[in-house]
Design a protein around this ligand. Structure first.
Ligand SMILES: Cc1ncc(COP(=O)(O)O)c(C=O)c1O
Length: 396
């Protein structure tokens, strides 16, 4: 049996929209992108969403908004040490310095008790990550941010559908950044989106995704049908060629948005199926708790079912890589549970951290993995995964 890590469902509706987009005169950002933004915003429960070319861009542009609000290049952003490397890369590409804080092993998320010690005069924002769709401790994070007058940006790349204390993830901060990459619940194949309740943030995000230009409209008439734009020359100069800030080229296109709109029609079904898979796997892994552990869903949260993390406990008579290699040989696809960005990603060595600075993140970097919980996984696959784990442990 094969248990792939990810799956993607392209609905007939999405195919139809893709064909319509191809038949139209413009395939760069237009009506479908706008519709996708609208529907994504409604799903999260916010006023605005700005669609982008990737989740990494969503992180980068959300941070770059802060330059309009007193931040300077080289200022600091606090992020957890454990995340997919895109989180740390994004801080650097946005022009900030990442300041890493260790995680809690039980939650995989930033340890709120360690945040204050990392705050300096240069700190501008905290960017928690809801890793594996498990909500970060937003109440504690927001209390710290309020005390120190910091912005909060949620890296919700993996947290579609997650709920924390009765309120959707994405509603706990100034902006939330999502990835709509192929392995994620709502997908545009490649893509990302930032949600916010603030109109001024949304306008700046639209400017940033299009090279920093002065245009602020949520749908560009020039882009959609090469129509006449009354605002373009209103101020004496062509505002499309006035560049107000250092921008990016990070727009979503109509074909991606068409796939996204198709994916949204399946959203509730996909979430339900993935949650069933995730919660079943969490429960069934308890059989192996001598050597393996995972996250728990706490009473006041709903995990966004991104994937199923497994952590090889300290003292186990085998390594994570031996375990992974057995799973892979038996057709069960897996990924590492990322790594401590500052100390286990060679690309970050110039920042000067040393191994041992983030023991919990580093532990996950050597002991953790994650496997799929996607909509094409059924109870038979879960039985097979558990049988395979049992066989591996027996052989030790
Ligand atoms: C936590 C986190 N942040 C950011 C990203 C970046 O998203 P993308 O791959 O769409 O650029 C990912 C990717 O899945 C992620 O897991």
């Amino acid at each position: 049996m094969k248990v792939p890590f990810g799956a993607m469902t392209i609905t007939p509706h999405a195919r139809d929209l893709v064909n319509k987009a191809l038949d139209s005169t413009r395939v760069s950002g237009g009506q479908y992108v706008h519709e996708f933004e609208d529907r994504f915003a409604k799903l999260v429960g916010v006023r605005h969403a700005v669609a982008l070319s990737s989740g990494t861009d969503a992180d980068i542009l959300a941070m770059a908004v802060l330059y309009d609000f007193g931040a300077h290049r080289g200022d600091e952003i606090i992020v957890p040490a454990l995340s997919f490397v895109a989180t740390g890369n994004a801080v650097l590409h946005a022009g900030f310095k990442p300041v890493f804080v260790d995680i809690k092993r039980e939650t995989l998320n930033i340890d709120p008790e360690k945040i204050e010690a990392a705050i300096t005069k240069k700190t501008r924002a905290i960017m928690p990550v809801h890793l594996m769709g498990k909500p970060a401790p937003m109440e504690a994070i927001n209390a710290i941010a309020k005390k120190h007058k910091l912005f909060v940006i949620e890296d919700a790349a993996e947290a579609h559908g997650a709920v924390y204390k009765g309120k959707n993830v994405g509603l706990w901060s100034d902006m939330a950044a999502y990835s709509t990459y192929v392995a994620h619940i709502i997908t545009t194949i490649e893509g990302g989106i930032v949600t916010t309740n603030r109109e001024d943030f949304a306008e700046i995000l639209r400017s940033l995704r299009a090279h920093g230009r002065a245009c602020k409209c949520d749908v560009c008439v020039v882009n959609t049908n090469s129509g006449y734009c009354a605002k373009r020359f209103k101020y004496g100069k062509d505002i499309r060629f006035v560049f107000e800030r250092v921008g990016y080229s990070a727009k979503m296109n109509e074909l991606e948005a068409a796939i996204g709109l198709g994916s949204l029609t399946l959203y509730h079904k996909i979430i339900e199926k993935r949650r069933h898979n995730l919660l079943t796997m969490i429960e069934r892994l308890k059989e192996f708790d001598q050597y393996l552990t995972t996250i728990e869903e706490e009473k006041d949260e709903r995990i966004g079912p991104h994937a199923f993390p497994i952590v090889v406990k300290e003292g186990a008579p085998f390594t994570r890589d031996e375990f992974v290699s057995f799973l892979e040989k038996n057709g069960i696809d897996s990924r590492d549970l990322f790594s401590s960005m500052p100390t286990q990603c060679p690309g970050f060595s110039f920042l000067g951290y040393k191994l041992g600075d983030f023991p919990n993140a580093e532990f996950m970097g050597t002991q953790g993995l994650h496997i799929g919980v996607h909509q094409d996984i059924n109870d038979e696959h879960i039985d097979y995964v558990m049988d395979t784990i049992r066989a591996f442990l027996k052989s030790q």
